[in-house]
Every structure is written in C-alpha cells, then in structure tokens.
Design a protein around this ligand. Structure first.
Ligand code: GAP
Length: 435
C-alpha cells in the first residue's frame, strides 16, 4: 500500500488542484511545487490552526514576521556558515549527486554503478547577491531556518513587550536549503515553509519546558485528527544532534515511505543568544526583576514544517470506501483544516427556481464559511467531487425545498442526510464547525 498510497495522494493532488509541479508548462522545476486552489486553503488552514494554538490561545507567545534575507553576519553567528554542510559525492559517469550518509557503498554510484568522487562538504544555504555590487561584500543568503529572525529580534521584544520568563516568539515563513537529495513529493524540497517557536526559559527550567513542548506539539497533531498509531516521538542520539542543540526529540509520522520527521523539538541552550551577543556586541541577556539576576535564557524550539504537515494530514485523511458497486475516495480531514467547508447544489440544474434558491443559500453561507456552489454534474458526481477534497457538508436544494423551506444536509464521513430548515441552517452549521 505504501508506494501505491503516495501515488494516489500525488494523483489526487494534481487531479483536484491541491499541488502542481512548479513551472509545469516548461517541463517543471524538479522537486519544486505550487499549491493550487484547494492546496492553498489547506495550507492556510494548517497555519491558522498552528497560530491559534500557539499565539491566540496563550498569553506568553507573540508573533513576528522577519525578513527572509538577513545580514550575512547572522549566519556566521548562528554557525550556519561553518556547520550547515552535508557531505556529498558526485558520480563521475552520470554526474548525479548523492548525500554520503544515504549511500551504502560510498565508492559506487547507486544509479549507474559508475565511480564516485571523494566526499566533499556542500553548504546547504542558497547564496544570492544583495544590491548592485557584484563583489563578495554583496553576498547574502536565503534563510535556511526562520529561527534566526526570532533571535535577532530578542532585544526588540524585550524593549517593546517587557515580557517575563518564560515567553516565546512564533513565526511562520519560508526557508530555503539546497538539499542534495530532495524528494518524496513535498516532503523534502529546497523551498519550504516552517512554523517555529523560540521559547525563552530559565536554564534550570529548560528540561521541564522541553518535555512540555514535546507533549504539546504531539497532541496538536492528534487533536487535528492524525491517528495516534501513525505518530511517534523519537529522541535524537548525541551523534545526530544539530550543532546548536543539547537535546532534541522528533515527532515522526508514519509516511508511506517509512517513519520520518514532521517536527523537531530542540533544547538549543543559550547557544544562539550568546553567539549573537558575541558577534553583534549587543547585550542579549535577560534581567529578572524578581530575582535581580542577569543571565542568558535557554531556548526550547518546536520547529515544524508546513509542507510536511500538509502531506501527513492528507495521507492520514485519505480513505477509499466501497459504496454499493463503487469506490468512493474521501478525505476525512478535520473540519478546521478542510479546504472547502460547505458545497451547495440544486438537485436539478434545469429548474431555474432551484438554481436561484441554491445560489442564494450559497451566497448567504459564503459570508460565514468558505462555500462553493456547483451545478455542473449529476448529484452523485457532485458529492464524490466534494468527498475527494474533504468538504464536510454538502447541501442540496430540491423541489420539496420550495414547499417545506428545508434543505438536505449530507455529512461527509457517514453520508448521513438530514433535513434542516432555511432559517436554522446557518446556526446549525455554526455549531457543527464549533464541535
Ligand atoms: N530551526 C530548527 C530547524 O530548522 P530542522 O529539523 O532542520 O530544524 C525543522 O527543520 C522542520 O522544518 C522539520 O521538522 C521539517 O518539518 C521542516 N523541514 C526541514 N527541512 C525541510 C525540507 N528540505 N523540506 C521540507 N520541510 C523541511
């Protein structure tokens, strides 16, 4: 089912307008993807659910949105200029490039059997030029993680929000890595989006908050419908820790290609603030006015990928069910993530009074929910289309509706149908989406 399921998800994404190959009319840019009309909704809903849980429902975390291109010294201080390398080897025959840690035989090309070059370090940061100067002084990088935009704003937040410890800063944004082996659809790409929190704590409380965030983030995925058996926590061994981390636990999802990282929760200690203080020569300690102590807070960092969550939510929600002699494909997405919330159809598209009524209901619902009107196929086909994109409720207006002032509401997961009056429809749906 594994590879097969990936293919089904890939095909559904293309067929229904979730994800397209980037620059497709030019043959595509390998491993680069564009999000279509339903994809962008799902992606925005994931980000909204994260922001709600991390920023709006708490008092101790503030949002920021930093620049993608930062001062080049940021990357010297962060250690990325010196440490953000993968070892790579090139095939002398077919010229393909491989990540050393993924090779079983480090002397032979796994694709054509040709000889490989010596292993060489390859910095994963994308270089570009800032302004008109063509010399070294204009070299800047696309950020490989959003985190550094938070650290360099630490002082601004201390001076404007005057927070007490523990407090956090949250950011969602693009990050770029020149990955040697991107792949598995949107799982590993060179341009992706991260959702990161940097949570500043007293050093003595770092472990407590590290454990807290591992649980908090694990439960976020479960509460949004990921099946518990498909999610696990995996503590890192000392050898695999990033250069800034003293401990790290990954939340992994059971993708069709195996268990793989969805999010990492790291204890970054005081590494980042100390390094930025050293390189910027600014005071980046925290003064605790209750204990009168000055110190560098430790940082606990939950760092997740939007695109990977997108893939996991899609895979987990994908079902094929036998209905009479047919197979229905249905995305049982959590209602808050579903790209379209409601679809409205007239049972008969050649009856103008039904069409008009259905359009009026749809345009009224649009004010509160993302609602689609559709009359381009027979009712069975319209239901299947909405099932495939995970629309929780379909509303059908039929001839009887003109008399009893009621519509049929069909539930995506159970296919159960019930009649609801026009005047109570909005309230009925509102309570359903609040569940
Ligand atoms: N600031 C810490 C940090 O960046 P990371 O484990 O390298 O840690 C965090 O990345 C998350 O970003 C990952 O768990 C993953 O969800 C996402 N991510 C990292 N590299 C990615 C890539 N090449 N493609 C898609 N998502 C990626």
């Amino acid at each position: 089912m594994g590879v097969d399921l990936m293919e089904k998800i890939f095909s559904l994404c293309k067929r229904r307008g979730f994800v397209f190959l980037s620059s497709e009319i030019y043959g595509g840019l390998a491993n680069s993807w564009d999000y279509g009309p339903y994809g962008v909704e799902l992606k925005n809903n994931i980000k909204r659910a994260w922001w709600k849980s991390i920023v709006y429902e708490r008092d101790d975390i503030f949002g920021i949105d930093a620049s993608i291109i930062m001062h080049p010294d940021v990357w010297k201080a962060s250690g990325h200029t010196d440490n953000f390398f993968d070892l790579k080897s090139d095939c002398k025959s077919c010229k393909k490039r491989f990540k050393i840690e993924e090779l079983n035989d480090k002397s032979k090309c796994p694709e054509c059997g040709g000889p490989l070059t010596e292993a060489r370090p390859f910095n994963l940061m994308f270089k570009t030029q800032w302004g008109a100067l063509e010399d070294e002084s204009g070299i800047v990088y696309l950020r490989p993680e959003t985190a550094q935009g938070i650290f360099v704003n630490f002082l601004n937040i201390l001076n404007t929000k005057h927070p007490r410890l523990p407090f956090g800063l949250a950011q969602i944004g693009k990050a770029f890595r020149n990955e040697i082996t991107p792949g598995n659809f949107i799982f590993r790409t060179r341009e992706f989006e991260q959702m990161e929190v940097e949570y500043f704590v007293r050093p003595a409380e770092a472990e407590k908050y590290f454990n807290y965030w591992v649980e908090n983030r694990f439960n976020w995925y479960i509460n949004l419908g990921i099946k518990k058996e498909n999610l696990r926590k995996r503590p890192h061994s000392k050898e695999e820790l990033a250069h800034y981390a003293v401990s790290c636990t990954d939340i992994e999802y059971k993708f069709p290609f195996g268990w793989a990282e969805l999010e990492g929760i790291a204890n970054r200690s005081d590494f980042d603030l100390k390094r930025h203080a050293q390189f910027s020569r600014k005071e980046l300690t925290f003064f605790d006015d209750t204990t009168k102590e000055r110190f560098y807070p430790y940082i606990i960092e939950p760092s997740g990928g939007v695109d990977r969550s997108f893939l996991a939510f899609l895979i987990d929600a994908y079902f094929e069910e036998k209905v009479k002699d047919d197979i229905r494909v249905v995305l049982k997405l959590h209602k808050s993530l579903a790209p379209v919330k409601i679809a409205v159809f007239p049972l008969l598209k050649n009856r103008s009074n039904l069409v008009e009524l259905a359009k009026n209901i749809a345009s009224d619902l649009k004010k509160s929910f993302f609602t689609l009107y559709d009359d381009t196929a027979a009712i069975g086909k319209l239901y299947r289309r909405q099932d495939e994109i995970g629309t929780p409720y379909c509303i059908t207006v039929d001839v009887k509706s003109l008399e009893d002032k009621k519509v049929t509401v069909r539930h995506r997961d159970t296919m159960m149908q019930e009649r609801i009056g026009f005047d109570s429809l909005k309230e009925y749906l509102r309570t359903k989406f609040e569940d």
